[in-house]
Design a protein. Structure first.
Length: 150
């Protein structure tokens, strides 16, 4: 399998077009293939405009111009197929399975709450999240504000 370069970045809002274009440009200049962005402050109307500006595939989750919002941005040169995409918690948690060459990669983008109480985040979702991701046949990648590779 060819190498894939990942990035996780809390952008603190991308509603401002010059800032968004600058960040998209920086991500491309650094040759990131899969980018996990948090705190996008994106709305449902953002998707098409942002996709044109990014120039590649992107999957946005969230609907607030003032808070939350996450996105998985893809910039792969090789052939790939998204076999599954799901928003488990809109604006907070999204999961994607990507078939790339002979492997399936499970990608998880998490933006946790900025309070000390994260029970809403795990309760009721914990079993579903782990059931989806903890399968020995997959190379697991979980990116949040920390990087975990299995």
């Amino acid at each position: 399998m060819e190498s894939i370069k990942f990035c996780s970045f809390n952008v603190n809002g991308l509603g401002n077009r010059p800032k968004r274009e600058k960040i998209f440009s920086w991500l491309k200049q650094n040759n990131f293939n899969i980018c996990f962005l948090q705190e996008l402050h994106c709305t449902l109307d953002s998707k098409e405009t942002w996709k044109k500006q990014w120039g590649h595939e992107l999957y946005l989750s969230g609907n607030s111009s003032n808070s939350k919002g996450i996105g998985i941005l893809i910039n792969l040169n090789s052939t790939y197929e998204i076999s599954k995409y799901e928003e488990l918690i809109p604006g907070r948690l999204q999961i994607m399975k990507v078939k790339l060459q002979d492997s399936t990669i499970t990608l998880i983008n998490i933006y946790g709450p900025n309070t000390d109480d994260i029970t809403f985040f795990w309760e009721g979702r914990k079993r579903q999240l782990w059931k989806i991701t903890l399968k020995p046949s997959y190379w697991q990648v979980i990116l949040t504000q920390y990087l975990i590779l299995n």
